[in-house]
Design a protein around this ligand. Sequence first.
Ligand SMILES: Cc1ncc(COP(=O)(O)O)c(C=O)c1O
Length: 916
Amino acid sequence: MSAAVPARPRVDAFFTVAEARSDRWRTLVHVVNAWQASAVEHLPERETDKEAVTSCLSDLRPWEDFFAYPGGVLLQKVDDRIASGDAMGTARLIHQISAAISSRSYRENVGDWEKGDDSPIVVAEVVNGLGQEGAAHKPYCEILFVTPGGPAARAQSAQELRKLRRPLDQFVYEPVMVGNFEDAVLGTILNGSVQAVVIYDSIPFASVHNSPVLREVLTNHLGPAAIKKGTQDYGISLAQALKLLRPELDIYLLSDRQVEKTAGDPEAKCIRRVFYQVEEALEIHLSILDGVLDRYSTPYFDNLQKYAQRPVGTFHALPVARGKSIFKSNWIRDMGAFYGINLFLAESSATTGGLDSLLEPTGNIKVAQDKAARAFGADHVFFVTNGTSTSNKMVEQALLKPGDIVLVDRNCHKSHHYGAVLTGALPLYVEAFPLTQYSMYGAVPLRSIKKGLFDLKKAGKLDRARMLVLTNCTFDGHIYNVERVMQECLAIKPDLIFLWDEAWFGFARFSPFYRRRTAMGAAAILEKKFKDPEFRAAYQAQAAAYGSDLDPSDESLLNMALLPDPDKVRLRVYQTNSTHKSMSALRQGSMVLVKDVDYKTVEEQFHEAVFTHASTSPNLQIIASLDIARRQMELEGYELVNRAIQLALDIRREVNSHPLISKYFRVLGADGMIPAEFRQSGFVDYLTPGNDWAKSARALREDEFALDVTRLTLVCGSAGVDGTAFKNMLAADYDIQLNKTSRNSVLLQTNINNTRSDVANLIKVLADISRDIEDRLARGGESDRQAFAARVKNLMENVPDLPNFSYFHSSFRETPSSITSEGDMRRAFFCAYRAQDCEHLKLASPEIDKRLKEGPELVSANFVIPYPPGFPIMVPGQVITSDTIDFMRKLDVKEIHGYDASLGLKLLKTSTLDNM
Ligand SMILES: Cc1ncc(COP(=O)(O)O)c(C=O)c1O
């Protein structure tokens, strides 16, 4: 079929969905402007210009099938005007449509649907629903109807649906009609406004659109169940496929067969309601609205708003509540003016009156958390109001006890190191691969993790290995193959608990690209996989070849994909995310997600951990914002995350291809951030010529590490500036704030808040800075050029080697000769509490070199964490080796936590260690 339609424009450039659509319309605007100009002047090229308009329009036409606006009526009007040679009228209409698409004003503005004529199209039903002047805002969305029948029948059905609108409806939707399985998938991918899909059974499979990449996606990514070609009932398969792409959507199935049977089919679990096709149009309409309302409602926030409206008298310990001490104050009235009355009306220390208690939620906080669990694919969610720093410590306290072994990336956030101090669990540090040139670490190779587990097995300690803690994605954007990591670790230790610190990556749930690489996405995949007979057979084959008790000294096991015993495996997955870092939560809003088959066995401990760490005075606004962040992500997360990805790709492309900027700056692609050995699919980068959605999706499925495109490492050392200086320059001179820095790079990040204007501003600033460097070098003569080249060389080449974790001092190891290196960091930490047990040595002191050579060993009394790079180069009880000293001496950063240059390194005295 695809051979028959080669000339049709392809509709599967999925990475560029929304912005590309606006761009296509703007291109059409330019083309129609040219026609208008030549027509007004009666120039000879006016006929060719007119043809250009027709051709440009037919290029964008196939995409428009998947959007309600402008819709068939307006597009027909455009065609009519072109056919009648009305260049001015065509231009006017195309301008209006393009503006409405770019600004999305059609979502609120009735006028946009009536444009372009002296006698406007009267879409009475639309007027009935869309916001008119003075009317309350009704959120607008689109509903995809997958229905057989020709265009006329579909237009008729759409009209019938519009007639069902009532003034009481809380939302207004426009139907988008498609006619087959493939178009339903395309519509779901392309149209971020779609909130629900209504599928009529007995739809055909194939699309007439040209979308070879879609075929590959359907075949490889949505699973064979999605394509039961040859059968007539694609309804359930389609529902399953769409849920894989966008789990938040409500799916309704209409069938004229045995609906009772379908409704009870376990395969139909993902369908919200099944209807008998010939009846119940109003029921369908109401169900659609009810489904949207379910996601829209924010039980805690809604209640807080109601609470704020009540004339509450307060005699509790929160003077700012109600704001009287502020608005009547002589001196702090500006606080009230700045924040507004609602903030104060919505403050309370009460847990009654519908406000619920974060520590022991039974009311609307509980419901809000349950909704968040649904949205993020977890079994349970805990809202946390003091950041993921606290979420991590809660999870660790709940699940680890003194003497347990926790495998942890040494380069992880400090909260995990403190988690080990808090719980008394022994950290077994596993090392991430270094990116020495940029003074940063990547992520921990699976091989190292497996080796750690096998070594524990050899040493007879595997039963004590309780948890693996990894950061996904890392600060710099390295994403694990979460499914593979968990699968293989479970093959060695079937009840290992996983804590995925997704502080930066909470948003990833809402991208079909990233979801499989999130803790919850991968857990869902594994859950299904472990029930699959094919997986069981594969496991049995592995057990026959290698035994069911894997031999830890068999090196070949490190290189093959291990399968766990599906009968033994306990899937226990925890995720923490800084909702405030990637979604619309207020600062410190964080969540803990739980998907643990044995959660019941730790529930009490979990609550204890919440009691330990949660403030007894949690901030109500943070709780409300977590509830709202969930609402937003369930309703528009897909669209917003797509845009953040798109903007990141735009920055990458513009910087790296700009003739001037690229002389001094570069954004590192996947190939710059991830060594080739971890990109097994051969993937190079998202922007490599010839790459497409399917290849990117394949890399996300197969490769050991992937790069989160929204985290952009911008190399600035090649502009002769170090990361910190560049960050300061952008902030001071250009009002641009960014994330972290390294010796020769800075980290930029796009998120759901960024716009194309932000990108344009950044590119302009980089172009200005590049021009400035160029001018200075041109003016400065040879000596300046040489100084510049030397500075660049120093920043880019004279980079210190990153020190690996050495080992814990024997006083902190149970068996100093053990092949595994875990240590009792908590004991070391508290050893340093008595000043007389510690000493200081200046970094430059020859005593340090002497002791490195001759001993006694130098043992760190505390954590030493330089920013950048931000990982602890020393932890309490760690023996300091010459690598670490060399690194410290070369380090040219000002901020080093745990190190006071005027005192020197803080060490545990040898006498202290001897007496332990
Ligand atoms: C990987 C990681 N985990 C946890 C945290 C702590 O999160 P929060 O700032 O929400 O306390 C951070 C903060 O930067 C982080 O980078």
